[in-house]
Design a protein around this ligand. Structure first.
Ligand code: ZN
Ligand code: ZN
Length: 483
Protein backbone atom coordinates (compact mmCIF):
# COMPACT_ATOMS: atom_id res chain seq x y z
CA UNK A 1 0.00 0.00 0.00
CA UNK A 2 1.17 3.48 -0.85
CA UNK A 3 -0.46 6.87 -0.25
CA UNK A 4 0.28 10.46 -1.20
CA UNK A 5 -1.22 13.81 -0.39
CA UNK A 6 -1.01 16.78 -2.74
CA UNK A 7 -1.94 20.23 -1.51
CA UNK A 8 -3.41 22.10 -4.48
CA UNK A 9 -4.84 25.07 -2.59
CA UNK A 10 -3.67 27.29 0.26
CA UNK A 11 -1.11 29.99 -0.36
CA UNK A 12 2.69 30.00 -0.44
CA UNK A 13 5.35 32.71 -0.33
CA UNK A 14 4.58 36.29 0.76
CA UNK A 15 0.88 35.82 0.00
CA UNK A 16 0.73 33.28 2.80
CA UNK A 17 1.61 35.94 5.37
CA UNK A 18 -1.99 37.16 5.28
CA UNK A 19 -3.89 34.84 2.90
CA UNK A 20 -5.39 31.45 3.65
CA UNK A 21 -6.01 30.58 0.01
CA UNK A 22 -8.62 28.11 -1.20
CA UNK A 23 -9.04 24.60 0.13
CA UNK A 24 -8.21 21.75 -2.28
CA UNK A 25 -6.38 18.44 -1.75
CA UNK A 26 -5.70 15.38 -3.85
CA UNK A 27 -5.40 12.12 -1.94
CA UNK A 28 -3.98 9.14 -3.85
CA UNK A 29 -3.94 5.54 -2.63
CA UNK A 30 -2.28 2.56 -4.32
CA UNK A 31 -3.45 -0.92 -3.28
CA UNK A 32 -1.58 -3.55 -5.29
CA UNK A 33 -2.26 -2.75 -8.91
CA UNK A 34 -5.26 -0.56 -8.18
CA UNK A 35 -4.86 3.15 -7.75
CA UNK A 36 -7.55 5.48 -6.43
CA UNK A 37 -7.66 9.26 -6.31
CA UNK A 38 -9.96 11.53 -4.34
CA UNK A 39 -10.29 15.27 -4.36
CA UNK A 40 -11.15 16.88 -1.03
CA UNK A 41 -12.67 20.36 -1.45
CA UNK A 42 -12.47 22.58 -4.51
CA UNK A 43 -12.65 26.18 -3.35
CA UNK A 44 -12.16 29.53 -5.02
CA UNK A 45 -9.54 32.01 -3.90
CA UNK A 46 -10.73 35.37 -2.68
CA UNK A 47 -9.36 37.97 -5.09
CA UNK A 48 -10.58 40.98 -3.10
CA UNK A 49 -7.70 40.48 -0.76
CA UNK A 50 -5.21 42.45 -2.85
CA UNK A 51 -7.14 45.62 -2.13
CA UNK A 52 -6.90 46.53 -5.80
CA UNK A 53 -9.49 46.08 -8.51
CA UNK A 54 -9.00 42.51 -9.68
CA UNK A 55 -9.50 41.57 -13.30
CA UNK A 56 -11.83 38.77 -12.25
CA UNK A 57 -13.72 37.95 -9.07
CA UNK A 58 -12.59 34.35 -9.00
CA UNK A 59 -9.38 32.39 -9.02
CA UNK A 60 -8.96 28.61 -8.92
CA UNK A 61 -6.85 26.94 -6.18
CA UNK A 62 -3.27 28.00 -6.76
CA UNK A 63 -1.89 24.65 -7.99
CA UNK A 64 -4.96 23.33 -9.80
CA UNK A 65 -3.01 23.88 -13.02
CA UNK A 66 -0.71 21.06 -11.95
CA UNK A 67 -3.48 18.50 -11.50
CA UNK A 68 -3.03 16.86 -14.90
CA UNK A 69 0.74 16.55 -14.46
CA UNK A 70 0.32 15.12 -10.97
CA UNK A 71 -2.24 12.53 -12.11
CA UNK A 72 0.04 11.53 -14.99
CA UNK A 73 3.05 11.23 -12.71
CA UNK A 74 1.33 8.81 -10.31
CA UNK A 75 -0.39 6.90 -13.09
CA UNK A 76 -3.94 7.94 -12.19
CA UNK A 77 -6.32 8.17 -15.12
CA UNK A 78 -9.33 9.63 -13.33
CA UNK A 79 -10.47 10.99 -9.98
CA UNK A 80 -12.80 8.52 -8.25
CA UNK A 81 -14.84 11.03 -6.27
CA UNK A 82 -14.84 14.60 -4.95
CA UNK A 83 -15.67 15.37 -1.30
CA UNK A 84 -16.86 18.78 -0.12
CA UNK A 85 -16.42 19.56 3.58
CA UNK A 86 -18.94 22.46 3.48
CA UNK A 87 -20.64 25.01 1.29
CA UNK A 88 -18.35 28.00 1.80
CA UNK A 89 -16.93 29.53 -1.35
CA UNK A 90 -13.31 28.81 -0.43
CA UNK A 91 -14.14 25.08 -0.20
CA UNK A 92 -16.77 24.46 -2.86
CA UNK A 93 -17.08 27.14 -5.55
CA UNK A 94 -14.42 25.68 -7.89
CA UNK A 95 -16.05 22.25 -8.15
CA UNK A 96 -17.89 23.15 -11.38
CA UNK A 97 -14.70 24.22 -13.20
CA UNK A 98 -13.89 22.20 -16.31
CA UNK A 99 -10.34 21.84 -15.01
CA UNK A 100 -11.77 19.58 -12.32
CA UNK A 101 -14.70 17.98 -14.11
CA UNK A 102 -12.60 16.79 -17.02
CA UNK A 103 -10.85 14.38 -14.63
CA UNK A 104 -14.07 12.75 -13.44
CA UNK A 105 -15.56 9.54 -14.79
CA UNK A 106 -19.21 8.96 -15.55
CA UNK A 107 -19.58 7.42 -12.07
CA UNK A 108 -17.62 9.99 -10.08
CA UNK A 109 -19.76 11.58 -7.39
CA UNK A 110 -19.54 14.82 -5.44
CA UNK A 111 -20.05 13.54 -1.94
CA UNK A 112 -21.13 15.91 0.83
CA UNK A 113 -23.66 16.19 3.64
CA UNK A 114 -27.31 16.85 2.90
CA UNK A 115 -27.19 20.52 4.03
CA UNK A 116 -24.06 21.16 1.93
CA UNK A 117 -25.84 19.60 -1.05
CA UNK A 118 -28.81 21.91 -0.44
CA UNK A 119 -26.59 25.02 -0.22
CA UNK A 120 -24.32 24.12 -3.15
CA UNK A 121 -26.53 25.50 -5.98
CA UNK A 122 -26.43 28.91 -4.24
CA UNK A 123 -22.63 28.86 -3.99
CA UNK A 124 -22.20 28.05 -7.68
CA UNK A 125 -24.92 30.36 -9.01
CA UNK A 126 -23.67 33.20 -6.78
CA UNK A 127 -20.26 32.97 -8.41
CA UNK A 128 -21.83 32.71 -11.86
CA UNK A 129 -24.02 35.77 -11.22
CA UNK A 130 -21.18 37.89 -9.86
CA UNK A 131 -19.03 37.04 -12.89
CA UNK A 132 -21.93 37.73 -15.23
CA UNK A 133 -22.61 41.10 -13.61
CA UNK A 134 -18.98 42.11 -13.81
CA UNK A 135 -18.87 41.01 -17.47
CA UNK A 136 -15.71 39.07 -16.75
CA UNK A 137 -14.51 35.68 -17.91
CA UNK A 138 -17.06 33.18 -16.58
CA UNK A 139 -15.68 30.33 -14.46
CA UNK A 140 -18.49 28.09 -15.69
CA UNK A 141 -21.87 28.41 -17.37
CA UNK A 142 -25.31 27.22 -16.28
CA UNK A 143 -24.91 23.85 -18.04
CA UNK A 144 -21.65 23.29 -16.18
CA UNK A 145 -23.41 24.01 -12.90
CA UNK A 146 -26.32 21.69 -13.64
CA UNK A 147 -23.99 18.89 -14.77
CA UNK A 148 -22.06 19.34 -11.51
CA UNK A 149 -25.21 19.29 -9.38
CA UNK A 150 -26.33 16.06 -11.08
CA UNK A 151 -23.29 14.36 -9.61
CA UNK A 152 -24.03 15.28 -6.01
CA UNK A 153 -24.46 12.46 -3.54
CA UNK A 154 -26.03 13.88 -0.37
CA UNK A 155 -25.17 12.05 2.85
CA UNK A 156 -28.11 12.11 5.26
CA UNK A 157 -26.33 11.11 8.45
CA UNK A 158 -22.81 10.45 9.71
CA UNK A 159 -22.25 6.87 8.58
CA UNK A 160 -19.54 4.89 6.85
CA UNK A 161 -19.76 4.71 3.05
CA UNK A 162 -17.93 1.98 1.22
CA UNK A 163 -16.05 3.34 -1.79
CA UNK A 164 -14.02 0.27 -2.80
CA UNK A 165 -15.61 -2.86 -1.28
CA UNK A 166 -13.53 -4.28 1.56
CA UNK A 167 -10.73 -1.78 0.97
CA UNK A 168 -11.62 1.89 1.09
CA UNK A 169 -14.44 3.48 3.04
CA UNK A 170 -15.13 6.98 4.24
CA UNK A 171 -16.91 8.62 7.14
CA UNK A 172 -18.26 12.17 7.02
CA UNK A 173 -18.14 13.37 10.61
CA UNK A 174 -19.54 16.53 12.17
CA UNK A 175 -16.91 19.26 12.69
CA UNK A 176 -18.83 22.17 14.26
CA UNK A 177 -17.97 24.90 11.74
CA UNK A 178 -21.37 25.67 10.16
CA UNK A 179 -24.56 23.74 9.53
CA UNK A 180 -23.72 20.73 7.38
CA UNK A 181 -19.94 21.02 7.57
CA UNK A 182 -17.94 17.85 8.14
CA UNK A 183 -14.55 16.24 8.41
CA UNK A 184 -13.71 13.53 5.87
CA UNK A 185 -12.17 10.37 7.32
CA UNK A 186 -10.78 7.68 4.98
CA UNK A 187 -10.46 4.14 6.34
CA UNK A 188 -8.17 2.03 4.16
CA UNK A 189 -7.64 -1.70 4.56
CA UNK A 190 -4.79 -3.59 2.99
CA UNK A 191 -4.65 -7.22 4.16
CA UNK A 192 -4.61 -7.03 7.93
CA UNK A 193 -3.40 -3.48 8.19
CA UNK A 194 -5.71 -0.51 8.43
CA UNK A 195 -4.82 3.14 8.01
CA UNK A 196 -7.13 6.02 8.79
CA UNK A 197 -6.64 9.50 7.38
CA UNK A 198 -8.62 12.55 8.49
CA UNK A 199 -9.19 15.89 6.78
CA UNK A 200 -10.62 18.19 9.46
CA UNK A 201 -12.38 20.74 7.24
CA UNK A 202 -13.01 24.09 8.94
CA UNK A 203 -13.21 23.02 12.54
CA UNK A 204 -14.73 24.31 15.79
CA UNK A 205 -14.78 22.54 19.13
CA UNK A 206 -17.19 25.08 20.64
CA UNK A 207 -20.96 25.16 20.21
CA UNK A 208 -22.69 27.79 18.09
CA UNK A 209 -26.38 28.46 17.68
CA UNK A 210 -26.95 26.25 14.62
CA UNK A 211 -24.65 23.37 15.42
CA UNK A 212 -22.76 21.85 18.34
CA UNK A 213 -18.98 21.76 18.56
CA UNK A 214 -17.01 18.98 16.87
CA UNK A 215 -17.04 15.69 18.78
CA UNK A 216 -14.01 13.40 18.68
CA UNK A 217 -14.18 10.75 15.94
CA UNK A 218 -15.98 7.56 17.05
CA UNK A 219 -13.96 5.42 19.51
CA UNK A 220 -13.62 2.49 17.13
CA UNK A 221 -11.97 4.67 14.50
CA UNK A 222 -8.30 5.15 15.29
CA UNK A 223 -7.05 8.13 13.30
CA UNK A 224 -3.54 7.38 12.01
CA UNK A 225 -2.81 10.73 10.39
CA UNK A 226 -4.44 14.15 10.34
CA UNK A 227 -3.86 15.34 6.79
CA UNK A 228 -5.37 18.78 7.24
CA UNK A 229 -6.25 20.77 10.31
CA UNK A 230 -7.84 24.23 10.33
CA UNK A 231 -5.42 26.79 11.82
CA UNK A 232 -7.48 29.96 11.07
CA UNK A 233 -7.30 31.50 14.55
CA UNK A 234 -3.80 30.42 15.56
CA UNK A 235 -1.90 33.63 14.79
CA UNK A 236 -3.09 35.20 18.03
CA UNK A 237 -4.73 34.31 21.30
CA UNK A 238 -8.16 35.53 20.27
CA UNK A 239 -9.71 34.38 23.57
CA UNK A 240 -6.96 36.07 25.61
CA UNK A 241 -6.56 33.05 27.84
CA UNK A 242 -10.29 32.61 28.51
CA UNK A 243 -12.28 29.45 27.86
CA UNK A 244 -13.23 28.68 24.26
CA UNK A 245 -16.43 26.96 25.38
CA UNK A 246 -18.10 30.23 26.33
CA UNK A 247 -16.14 32.57 24.04
CA UNK A 248 -18.60 32.50 21.13
CA UNK A 249 -21.54 33.39 23.41
CA UNK A 250 -19.58 36.13 25.14
CA UNK A 251 -18.67 37.75 21.84
CA UNK A 252 -22.32 37.83 20.78
CA UNK A 253 -23.29 39.39 24.10
CA UNK A 254 -20.56 42.03 23.68
CA UNK A 255 -21.97 42.78 20.22
CA UNK A 256 -25.53 43.03 21.57
CA UNK A 257 -24.43 45.37 24.41
CA UNK A 258 -22.70 47.69 21.94
CA UNK A 259 -25.75 47.60 19.68
CA UNK A 260 -28.07 48.48 22.58
CA UNK A 261 -25.89 51.43 23.59
CA UNK A 262 -25.70 52.66 20.00
CA UNK A 263 -29.47 52.45 19.57
CA UNK A 264 -30.06 54.20 22.91
CA UNK A 265 -27.98 57.10 21.65
CA UNK A 266 -30.19 57.22 18.55
CA UNK A 267 -27.71 55.56 16.16
CA UNK A 268 -27.85 52.49 13.95
CA UNK A 269 -25.85 49.36 14.60
CA UNK A 270 -24.68 47.46 11.52
CA UNK A 271 -23.10 44.06 11.35
CA UNK A 272 -22.12 41.94 8.38
CA UNK A 273 -22.02 38.17 8.25
CA UNK A 274 -21.92 35.48 5.56
CA UNK A 275 -25.41 34.85 4.20
CA UNK A 276 -25.05 31.13 4.82
CA UNK A 277 -25.75 30.24 8.46
CA UNK A 278 -24.01 33.31 9.96
CA UNK A 279 -26.50 36.05 9.00
CA UNK A 280 -29.53 34.11 10.32
CA UNK A 281 -27.53 33.15 13.42
CA UNK A 282 -26.62 36.73 14.31
CA UNK A 283 -30.12 38.01 13.52
CA UNK A 284 -31.64 35.39 15.82
CA UNK A 285 -29.15 35.92 18.66
CA UNK A 286 -29.40 39.72 18.58
CA UNK A 287 -33.20 39.48 18.60
CA UNK A 288 -33.05 37.07 21.53
CA UNK A 289 -30.89 39.60 23.35
CA UNK A 290 -33.61 42.22 23.03
CA UNK A 291 -32.68 44.18 19.91
CA UNK A 292 -34.90 45.27 17.07
CA UNK A 293 -33.32 43.43 14.14
CA UNK A 294 -33.49 44.03 10.40
CA UNK A 295 -32.17 41.20 8.27
CA UNK A 296 -31.39 42.58 4.87
CA UNK A 297 -31.56 40.67 1.67
CA UNK A 298 -33.58 37.90 0.11
CA UNK A 299 -30.49 35.69 -0.17
CA UNK A 300 -30.09 35.37 3.59
CA UNK A 301 -33.80 34.59 3.89
CA UNK A 302 -33.65 31.87 1.25
CA UNK A 303 -30.67 30.20 2.89
CA UNK A 304 -32.44 30.45 6.23
CA UNK A 305 -35.44 28.64 4.76
CA UNK A 306 -33.15 25.84 3.52
CA UNK A 307 -31.51 25.61 6.94
CA UNK A 308 -34.91 25.15 8.55
CA UNK A 309 -36.13 22.60 6.01
CA UNK A 310 -35.51 18.85 6.24
CA UNK A 311 -32.55 19.26 3.87
CA UNK A 312 -30.88 21.60 6.35
CA UNK A 313 -30.26 18.88 8.95
CA UNK A 314 -28.04 15.81 8.91
CA UNK A 315 -26.85 14.95 12.42
CA UNK A 316 -27.27 15.29 16.16
CA UNK A 317 -26.17 18.71 17.30
CA UNK A 318 -27.95 20.56 14.48
CA UNK A 319 -30.30 23.10 15.99
CA UNK A 320 -33.17 25.07 14.55
CA UNK A 321 -32.79 28.85 14.20
CA UNK A 322 -36.42 29.83 14.29
CA UNK A 323 -36.99 32.46 11.59
CA UNK A 324 -40.45 33.45 12.63
CA UNK A 325 -40.50 36.19 15.15
CA UNK A 326 -41.73 39.71 15.43
CA UNK A 327 -38.37 41.08 16.49
CA UNK A 328 -36.73 40.24 13.17
CA UNK A 329 -37.92 42.16 10.15
CA UNK A 330 -36.75 40.58 6.92
CA UNK A 331 -36.32 43.20 4.20
CA UNK A 332 -36.76 42.54 0.52
CA UNK A 333 -35.22 45.72 -0.87
CA UNK A 334 -31.51 46.08 -0.15
CA UNK A 335 -30.84 49.21 1.90
CA UNK A 336 -34.43 49.70 3.04
CA UNK A 337 -33.72 49.38 6.77
CA UNK A 338 -32.75 53.04 6.72
CA UNK A 339 -36.09 54.20 5.29
CA UNK A 340 -37.34 57.09 7.42
CA UNK A 341 -40.35 55.21 8.80
CA UNK A 342 -38.19 52.66 10.63
CA UNK A 343 -36.95 52.92 14.19
CA UNK A 344 -33.24 52.47 14.86
CA UNK A 345 -32.06 48.95 15.55
CA UNK A 346 -29.47 46.42 14.50
CA UNK A 347 -29.03 45.70 10.80
CA UNK A 348 -27.65 42.32 9.81
CA UNK A 349 -26.57 42.31 6.17
CA UNK A 350 -24.94 39.48 4.24
CA UNK A 351 -21.30 39.37 3.17
CA UNK A 352 -18.72 38.50 5.75
CA UNK A 353 -16.12 41.00 4.70
CA UNK A 354 -18.13 44.12 3.88
CA UNK A 355 -19.03 43.71 0.20
CA UNK A 356 -22.40 43.18 -1.48
CA UNK A 357 -25.54 44.39 0.36
CA UNK A 358 -23.67 45.51 3.47
CA UNK A 359 -21.50 47.91 1.44
CA UNK A 360 -24.57 50.07 0.77
CA UNK A 361 -25.15 50.39 4.49
CA UNK A 362 -21.49 51.07 5.15
CA UNK A 363 -21.59 53.98 2.71
CA UNK A 364 -24.57 55.45 4.55
CA UNK A 365 -23.56 54.72 8.13
CA UNK A 366 -19.77 54.98 8.34
CA UNK A 367 -19.91 58.82 8.02
CA UNK A 368 -22.39 59.06 10.94
CA UNK A 369 -20.80 59.68 14.32
CA UNK A 370 -23.59 58.00 16.28
CA UNK A 371 -23.57 54.82 14.17
CA UNK A 372 -21.56 51.68 14.77
CA UNK A 373 -20.19 49.02 12.42
CA UNK A 374 -19.34 45.62 13.85
CA UNK A 375 -17.55 42.93 11.85
CA UNK A 376 -18.46 39.48 13.04
CA UNK A 377 -15.43 37.40 12.15
CA UNK A 378 -12.27 37.07 10.09
CA UNK A 379 -11.52 39.91 7.63
CA UNK A 380 -9.19 39.38 4.69
CA UNK A 381 -6.75 42.22 4.02
CA UNK A 382 -7.99 44.78 1.52
CA UNK A 383 -11.70 44.06 2.01
CA UNK A 384 -14.16 46.83 2.97
CA UNK A 385 -14.50 45.46 6.49
CA UNK A 386 -10.73 45.30 6.94
CA UNK A 387 -10.31 48.90 5.77
CA UNK A 388 -13.09 50.24 8.01
CA UNK A 389 -11.70 48.46 11.08
CA UNK A 390 -8.23 49.84 10.52
CA UNK A 391 -9.26 53.39 9.62
CA UNK A 392 -8.71 56.11 12.20
CA UNK A 393 -11.96 57.85 13.08
CA UNK A 394 -12.35 60.86 10.84
CA UNK A 395 -10.16 59.51 8.05
CA UNK A 396 -11.42 58.30 4.67
CA UNK A 397 -11.31 54.88 3.05
CA UNK A 398 -11.89 53.71 -0.50
CA UNK A 399 -15.02 51.59 -0.21
CA UNK A 400 -16.06 49.16 -2.93
CA UNK A 401 -19.73 50.15 -3.12
CA UNK A 402 -20.77 47.81 -5.90
CA UNK A 403 -18.75 45.55 -8.19
CA UNK A 404 -15.53 47.36 -9.07
CA UNK A 405 -17.02 50.77 -8.17
CA UNK A 406 -15.13 52.54 -5.42
CA UNK A 407 -16.08 55.63 -3.44
CA UNK A 408 -14.26 57.66 -0.82
CA UNK A 409 -16.12 57.36 2.47
CA UNK A 410 -15.30 59.09 5.75
CA UNK A 411 -15.28 56.84 8.79
CA UNK A 412 -16.85 58.73 11.71
CA UNK A 413 -18.75 55.76 13.11
CA UNK A 414 -17.26 53.50 15.74
CA UNK A 415 -15.95 50.25 14.22
CA UNK A 416 -15.36 47.10 16.20
CA UNK A 417 -14.45 43.52 15.42
CA UNK A 418 -16.21 40.69 17.21
CA UNK A 419 -14.76 37.22 16.99
CA UNK A 420 -17.86 35.06 17.05
CA UNK A 421 -15.86 32.55 15.11
CA UNK A 422 -16.71 29.18 13.59
CA UNK A 423 -13.11 28.03 13.94
CA UNK A 424 -11.44 26.67 17.05
CA UNK A 425 -9.15 28.89 19.07
CA UNK A 426 -5.54 27.95 19.20
CA UNK A 427 -5.08 26.38 22.63
CA UNK A 428 -8.10 24.11 22.40
CA UNK A 429 -7.15 23.24 18.82
CA UNK A 430 -3.74 21.96 19.84
CA UNK A 431 -5.33 19.97 22.65
CA UNK A 432 -7.81 18.52 20.16
CA UNK A 433 -5.08 17.46 17.70
CA UNK A 434 -3.50 15.41 20.49
CA UNK A 435 -6.87 13.84 21.36
CA UNK A 436 -7.65 12.93 17.75
CA UNK A 437 -4.29 11.19 17.33
CA UNK A 438 -4.10 9.58 20.77
CA UNK A 439 -4.73 6.09 19.39
CA UNK A 440 -2.75 6.45 16.18
CA UNK A 441 -0.97 3.31 15.02
CA UNK A 442 1.78 5.48 13.65
CA UNK A 443 4.80 6.30 15.83
CA UNK A 444 5.00 9.81 14.49
CA UNK A 445 1.70 10.75 12.86
CA UNK A 446 1.49 13.31 10.08
CA UNK A 447 -0.31 16.56 10.86
CA UNK A 448 -1.01 18.86 7.91
CA UNK A 449 -1.26 22.50 9.02
CA UNK A 450 -3.73 24.25 6.74
CA UNK A 451 -6.25 27.11 6.45
CA UNK A 452 -3.99 29.54 8.25
CA UNK A 453 -1.56 32.39 7.60
CA UNK A 454 2.18 31.77 8.00
CA UNK A 455 2.27 33.24 11.55
CA UNK A 456 -0.63 30.93 12.51
CA UNK A 457 1.09 27.86 11.07
CA UNK A 458 4.36 28.85 12.80
CA UNK A 459 2.61 28.93 16.16
CA UNK A 460 0.87 25.56 15.79
CA UNK A 461 3.97 23.87 14.44
CA UNK A 462 5.97 24.96 17.48
CA UNK A 463 3.38 23.28 19.76
CA UNK A 464 3.56 19.90 18.05
CA UNK A 465 7.12 18.55 18.22
CA UNK A 466 5.85 14.99 18.70
CA UNK A 467 4.20 14.94 15.27
CA UNK A 468 5.45 14.95 11.74
CA UNK A 469 4.04 18.36 10.73
CA UNK A 470 3.85 19.76 7.23
CA UNK A 471 2.24 22.99 6.10
CA UNK A 472 0.32 24.47 3.21
CA UNK A 473 2.49 27.60 2.95
CA UNK A 474 5.72 25.70 2.28
CA UNK A 475 6.51 24.85 -1.37
CA UNK A 476 8.44 21.69 -0.38
CA UNK A 477 5.39 20.36 1.51
CA UNK A 478 2.99 20.41 -1.44
CA UNK A 479 3.47 16.68 -2.05
CA UNK A 480 3.71 14.36 0.94
CA UNK A 481 4.46 10.67 0.67
CA UNK A 482 2.40 9.21 3.50
CA UNK A 483 3.07 5.48 3.16
ZN1 ZN B 1 -15.76 27.76 6.11
ZN1 ZN C 1 -12.64 27.91 4.96
Amino acid sequence: MEAWLYILGGATGVRALTNLGASCYLFVVRLGKEIHAYLIDAGMESTDSDGAVSAVSWLAPQDLEKLQTILDSVGVKKIDHVFLTHAHRDHAAAVALKKIRRHLTHDSRIICTRPTAAFLPRVLYDQFNVSNRRKENLPYDKDDIEETLDRVHAVKRPEILELVPGKISVLLWRNGHIRGSCSVIFIIKSGKTEHTFMFSGDYATHAQLTTDGAPLPPDDIRISHLLSIDCTNCAEDVAKGTDEKTFWKREIIRMADDAHNTNKAGGWFLTSAFALDRAPTFARKLADLGLRVYLDGPSARKLWDIMESEDGFWCMGDRSVNANSEEIEILNAVGSALDSNRKVGAIVAPSGMGHGPVAQYMRELLPRENAMYGASGYLAPGTNGYKALRAERGSTILLEVTDKKFEEVRVNARCEQYRATGHSLRKSLVRRIGEILRNSRSQKPFVGLCHGSTPALDWVQAQLPEFHTFRQDRPEDRCIRLL
